[in-house]
Design a protein around this ligand. Structure first.
Ligand code: SAH
Length: 459
């Protein structure tokens, strides 16, 4: 059968792809269909046709999958924030667990990864309102109405939202205040195509342990007219600790500019992961799901199995979150990270917690670590190495060096199971074997998976 673009076909969804989209077949041709679930029988319109794959749009459900649920959010389908709210949470966890198992098998060359993997994935008891950070774009629709919400998937059209199912509940109140303020004073809003207009984004951060709230108003200018009025309504909101503006006058996709001015309260909020305290400013990196981050770090810590006399390296350490967690149980921790501001935060956070057995280096891990190794002395070997790279995984030079440092244990924290599996294979060639793997759901309702793996040397 010839498959024709813009024609409709009935297909059965048999599997789920990398971003949580459904996968089915028409005559051997693989079709990816957003918004469908394994087990759906659906009428699908072919919207893009390539040599051996096609993309379809869900037109009508013929028989809904038993794994289908009603999303909590009525904008779930349009909004680019969640991809899987229409899939039961249990099935989401199974999907993520299988994704890791498949990568370990196909890319990592591990025969029976299931036997090494903790089952099931570590999920949340209540997988809603888990995010401690929200960035709402502000704009106007065709009729000039203020829209505040989320970008639609793949495009920058703003989906107006009053309430988000994964953000902190207090966000709704803050957005309401800002919306009323923009309407009252008819403040101009930023237009991405022209680069004109003042109000760009609202950034909100919430300390889930302390309940402290930060609101950062991102503007294309250096002053927000009538801001005293906005501040006086925002301070009524429970937990309000910091209100600031961020100046971003560049024509760019980047949300934040480099300069912040505090309008009211502190320049930062405080939060905890476990018993480690952090100061969080508008520009600092901080894990977005603090509840599951604790689960993830506890798992990494238990895999590291520290007794107190170990030298530990934390590669790609960010603001030192894992390093500080480990430092409480180790003799000494070394961290390396490419972003200078993050290392400054790491050092401050160490001080804040009275942690003195941690040293941090700025630079590319694949450059800094080999240099330290070559020099010899402190930091040139490790009992335990923790790696938490970005999605592209580890640099080969770094893997080579860390093998030379001869750690007893390597704990690999990964946000992409494909590169995790690739790097595990490389480490396998140097004699390190995977012993345990845990999957932790950090980004409920998205296709993203977080994994922790423990590797030790072959006996
Ligand atoms: N471990 C931290 C952050 C992990 S995210 C935490 O749990 O919070 C990955 C980090 O790697 C980011 O902070 C990114 O800035 C950093 N990074 C990216 N490329 C790097 C490189 N080549 N060398 C060192 N750090 C790098």
């Amino acid at each position: 059968m010839d498959i024709v673009k813009n024609n409709d076909y009935e297909i059965t969804i048999e599997d789920m792809g990398n971003d949580g989209e459904g996968i089915g077949h028409i005559d051997g041709m693989t079709v990816f269909v957003k918004d469908t679930v394994m087990g759906d029988v659906a009428i699908v319109r072919i919207i893009k046709l390539k040599k051996s794959i096609a993309y379809g749009r869900l037109m009508k459900l013929v028989t809904p999958s038993p794994y289908r649920v009603k999303p909590l959010c009525d904008k779930a389908r349009q909004c680019g924030g969640c991809q899987m709210q229409h899939v039961s949470y249990e099935k989401q966890l199974e999907y993520k667990w299988n994704k890791v198992a498949n990568c370990l098998k196909r890319i990592g060359g591990i025969e029976n990864p299931e036997t090494l993997m903790e089952y099931p994935a570590y999920g949340m008891e209540k997988p809603y309102h888990y995010r401690n950070k929200a960035q709402f774009p502000v704009g106007r629709d065709k009729n000039g109405n203020v829209v505040i919400g989320f970008y639609a998937g793949r495009t920058h059209a703003i989906i107006d939202t009053d309430s988000c199912a994964i953000g902190a509940e207090i966000n709704d109140e803050i957005v309401k205040c800002v919306r009323a303020f923009i309407k009252k004073y008819n403040i101009s809003t930023y237009d991405e195509t022209t680069g004109k207009g003042l109000f760009r984004h609202i950034l909100i951060r919430v300390g889930f342990v302390t309940n402290e709230v930060m609101v950062c108003l991102v503007i294309n200018g250096d002053k927000l007219p009538h801001c005293d009025d906005l501040v006086s309504s925002l301070v009524q909101i429970s937990g309000m600790t910091s209100i600031c503006i961020n100046i971003n006058q560049e024509k760019t996709n980047r949300i934040l500019g480099d300069k912040c001015v505090t309008l009211w309260g502190q320049d930062y909020i405080t939060d905890y992961i476990g018993n480690v305290k952090y100061h969080i400013s508008p520009l600092s990196f901080y894990q977005v799901n603090p509840v599951q981050t604790k689960v993830l770090y506890d798992k990494a810590l238990s895999y590291a199995d520290l007794k107190g006399d170990e030298v530990v390296w934390d590669m790609y350490c960010g603001i030192g979150t894992i390093s500080l967690f480990l430092a409480q149980k180790a003799k000494h921790v070394y961290g390396v990270e490419i972003v200078p501001q993050a290392i400054e935060d790491a050092k401050n956070n160490a001080k804040l917690n009275g942690i003195e057995n941690a040293d941090f280096y700025v630079g590319k891990a694949e450059e800094v670590v080999p240099e330290i190794y070559k020099k010899g002395g402190a930091g040139s070997y490790a009992d335990v190495v923790v790696i938490d790279p970005p999605r592209k995984g580890c640099d080969a030079v770094l893997l080579d060096t860390l093998v030379k440092m001869n750690p007893k244990r390597i704990v690999y924290v990964s946000c992409d199971p494909a590169t995790l599996a690739r790097d595990i294979k490389i480490l396998g060639e140097s004699g390190y074997v995977v012993r345990k793997v845990a999957v932790v759901d950090q980004f409920c309702h998205s296709g993203h998976v977080e994994t922790v793996a423990l590797l030790t040397r072959k006996p």
